[in-house]
Write a protein that binds this ligand. Sequence first.
Ligand code: ADP
Length: 188
Amino acid sequence: MTRLVLVGPPGAGKGTQAGTLSEKLGVPHISTGDLFRAHIGDGTALGRSVKGILDAGKLVPDEVTNEMVRERLAEADAQDGFLLDGFPRNIAQAEVLDKILAESGHKLDAVVEFQIDEDVVVDRLLSRGRTDDTEEVIRHRQHVYRSETEPLLNHYRDLLLTVDAVGDVDEVTSRVLRSLDEKPHGQA
Ligand code: ADP
């Protein structure tokens, strides 16, 4: 069983890694950013209500995000494990996640931190070209990460595996897999 959370600043390469890791570990990749963008692309009511927030690099209100994640985690493919990417993004969301898991008698196995310098990620994001990838919005997302999301590293200190996210995509994947293998906590 593999219940993992991926944490790292915007541009750290979590999404790319999550795709590969999801295949290797046989659990679904659940990205809140992707779920929101799918809603926006499909023109749902939820999508229309969050589009401006994503474009500004702000966080979607917790109630909306938490409910979307609760529903996604209730789906059949997520019962034996998942890779959460982009959630939780603040302590309140982490507490909700703990509650959702506890309701089905589960807990997280590990939290993987992608460690990388802010200057490196800003350069990466500027070359990506998403609508929320202007320099100003990118800087704002980095700020939100530092103030809201970084405190999670302490919240999850007992589950934390820190991986150097600078390097080849394959190299970073190997580092994550190696650190999961060596993981001293739990029984994953
Ligand atoms: P990045 O990792 O580049 O910040 P994501 O795809 O993870 O991009 O998220 C894009 C946007 O979706 C965020 O800037 C935010 O507006 C919204 N979002 C994603 N996850 C959450 C969350 N857990 N809580 C609130 N907003 C979120």
